[in-house]
Design a protein around this ligand. Structure first.
Ligand SMILES: *Cc1c(COP(=O)(O)O)cnc(C)c1O
Length: 390
């Protein structure tokens, strides 16, 4: 196979297994999900300055990658139930200025692919799927990640399965895959031994320490160590708008190993996430919380279960104090809260429903380390500390 990993059997094996899972496409391994997006965009050779439509409810690293590729993000608001781009708004988008569309399956809720694909095809726009929250979910019976020109995934700690930071690119057009391959061969660096060692230490620490009750304090320490430059961070060395050195890099061997372990376990992972999704969906209404009608409790493996509360910041700070694993993404239309949004072409009010979601949505874990005791403790916590919106 013509990947830079041709000598590396484990990396090739990981790529093949991902291709098998999705029943097609060509997989490439990169240092992060954002890098996979960047490489995919570069390979598409879109006109410089072209606009890329992205939901205004995402991680800032997405528009950042778009800008690194010489393109401009254009934001579209979300459907308040799916948290995905609202297809009803597409007809108002100036499609003539667009070069591509990023469709994100937020929290693992599949986007409405049928109207989106019809609209994109009527304007000859390539679809890119942000699958950083999903692995194995289906939209209209078809696997998310198989609809577009390419899909990208993240192997960050808190994503579907972790490579201890990392990213995957799944390309569905053979010519595009060839160009991706060329770019990776020409530009990608491989993590050196020191980097591999640091990542390996992090993966080990994570395995030993990551339990739901410890997550808030671990996250705090991880960020501190990041700032000191002792760990390989997700975003610590990140300066808004600037491409970090060695941005285009491949996975270290220890990350590939983690990825293979993640895939060994993928069916169990998916089943577990489906079960917790169904569980929250049944239990939360009993506490007076409204659940999203877009969530299908009969088989949707959510990465995190989204829930709207009236007192988000209070709930999060109490949860951190009590060691209850509750997540805050997205804190802003361009997560995290501190993002200088103007540097990414976002102005306040552009996506009001996304801003509303950022102000009210917390998210609950669905991963395999959640046990019934923790889940019940989380519910008891929510009953005590969180208030349903009016
Ligand atoms: C995490 C995330 C990314 C980026 O993943 P990295 O591996 O950190 O680059 C992109 N999009 C969404 C929706 C994410 O949640």
């Amino acid at each position: 196979m013509l990947t830079p990993f041709s000598q590396d059997k484990a990396a090739t094996a990981l790529c093949r297994r991902i291709e098998e899972f999705f029943d097609g496409g060509r997989c490439f391994l990169l240092a992060k999900g954002r890098v996979a997006l960047y490489v995919g965009l570069m390979a598409q050779g879109l006109p410089p300055g072209g606009k890329v439509l992205i939901p205004g409810y995402t991680c800032v690293v997405v528009p950042d990658a778009v800008q690194h590729a010489g393109l401009k993000p254009l934001y579209i608001d979300i459907d308040p139930h799916t948290y995905n781009l609202d297809p009803k708004l597409l007809d108002r988008v100036p499609a003539g200025d667009l070069a591509a569309v990023v469709v994100q399956h937020t929290y693992g809720i599949p986007a409405a692919m049928q109207p989106i694909a019809a609209w994109a095809s009527s304007h000859s726009l390539p679809i890119i799927e942000d699958c950083c929250h999903t692995f194995g979910a289906r939209a209209e019976g078809r696997l998310c990640g198989t609809f577009g020109a390419f899909a990208f995934m993240s192997g960050q700690w808190n994503k579907f399965f972790s490579t201890g930071l990392g990213g995957m690119l799944l390309v569905h057009e053979p010519a595009l895959a060839d160009r991706v391959d060329e770019i990776i061969r020409a530009e990608a660096t491989s993590p050196g031994r020191w980097q591999n060692l640091r990542l390996e230490a992090q993966i080990l620490a994570y395995r030993l320490l990551a339990r739901p009750g410890l997550v808030p304090s671990i996250t705090k320490w991880y960020r501190r160590l990041n700032r000191l430059g002792l760990t390989v961070g997700s975003s610590a060395e990140w300066v808004p708008g600037e491409m970090p050195p060695d941005y285009v890099a491949t996975l270290a061997p220890c990350q590939v190993r983690q990825g293979l372990l993640g895939l060994d376990n993928i069916e169990e992972n998916i089943r577990c996430r489906m079960e917790w999704t169904a569980w929250y969906h049944r239990e939360l209404p009993l506490l007076g919380f409204a659940v999203s009608p877009a969530i299908d409790p009969g088989g949707m493996p959510l990465l995190r279960y989204p829930l709207r509360v009236a007192n988000k910041s209070e709930t999060l700070s109490l949860a951190a104090k009590e060691g209850v694993e509750i997540g805050s993404w997205f804190e802003s239309p361009l997560h995290p809260a501190e993002t200088p949004r103007d540097k990414f072409g976002y102005r306040h009010g552009m996506c009001p429903l996304a801003e509303g979601a950022a102000a009210t949505v917390i998210n609950l874990p669905t991963h395999a380390k959640v046990g019934l005791r923790e889940a019940e403790r989380t519910l008891a916590f929510l009953r005590r500390c969180a208030r349903p919106p009016e």
